[in-house]
Write a protein that binds this ligand. Sequence first.
Ligand code: UD1
Ligand code: UDP
Length: 364
Amino acid sequence: MSNEVVHIVGARPNFVKAAPVVAALRERGVRQAVVHTGQHYDDRMSAVFFRELGLPRPDVDLGVGSGSHAEQTAALLVGLEAEFISRSPAFVIVYGDVNSTLAAALVAAKLHIPVAHVEAGLRSFDMTMPEEVNRRVTDQLSDLAFATSPEAVGHLVNEGVAVDRVHLVGNPMIDTLLGNLDRFDTAALRESLGLPDVYAAATLHRPANVDDPAIVARLVARLHEVADGVDVVMPVHPRGQAAFEAAGLADHPRVRLLPPLGYLDFVTLVRGSTAVITDSGGVQEETTILGVPCLTLRPNTERPITITHGTNRLVTDTELPGLMAKILAGDRPNGAVDSIPPLWDGRAGERIAAVMVGELDRRG
Ligand code: UD1
Ligand code: UDP
């Protein structure tokens, strides 16, 4: 076994979460490598985050690419197994709930390599979401569970995860946000993109919203209703691009479609917006810290703390235009007093690194 810690990243949200953990372990002199699975591969879905967030270039890119769940997961398992056998890492760190996360945890567990899961314990209790399957399995296979919120700790303990494996550390995605606050220049972005003073930012990519043409057509009709009252700017995730185009989303003078944005431009777009329409997990958290009203087009969330402590509200497509009109009239869509979830203070990476170093020492 080497003394190397290996980070597994593959999809857009992973990069944002890994950056502060890699930086904090570097500060402590831990030997580490970054393995990119290649689940996301377009420059705008992947490389831009490495350039912007000071992440080291991946030591290896497995290039697994897209496919059905079985095809993608199978390619991940095969690629990661060879990589772990040749590296023999002391610990594998996985992030969030994407297929790369699940595959890495499974391969490591079978090779008896300890696994740390960053963002453990989130639960939507909706097993139709691939992410819920990935989270539950990953948590069962992990030796260390790093939780972002107190209710996540409760879920893990309820599922039988030993309490000494669970650490409430805060949210590394928020470390990245707070660490880059002075780079989100809303005036400059407004000027470079020619944005109006008041606009709604939108981003949608969950299979339940973008895979079925009938649902996409419904959403497009609602988004057009919203656009009757406010400009809508939407960087389009590749998963839904063809479906939104086919359903005529761009056929409204106040809808502006953009390619996926890099992290700095995207968070700047959100920061400068009057409200956000989303189904993204990370965006629910980022809007909570930025104080931007967030309308989440989902029946549930694995991040309820963004509702109780933040600016998030779950909405149906039918409710969307009316709630947006209220926000434009000055209402807040979420009755909670804006506050910050505990430990979302920019220091989660440091806390994770402190636990990791203790664990590496303990295991020799
Ligand atoms: C994945 C995650 C999801 C996460 C999202 C973040 C799983 C099961 N899903 O969903 O949890 O919220 O990433 O963005 O892991 N594509 C490209 N270029 C790319 C990547 C993807 O064009 O660089 C297209 C391909 O047509 C691909 C589709 O997007 O089939 C879906 O990609 P995939 O990684 O399978 O899932 P996401 O929907 O991106
Ligand atoms: N994001 C981005 N560009 C975009 C859309 C999102 O940089 O065009 C960032 C967003 O700020 C957050 C992360 O990507 O940090 C969230 O990823 P995504 O919504 O793809 O996945 P989820 O969080 O739903 O798993």
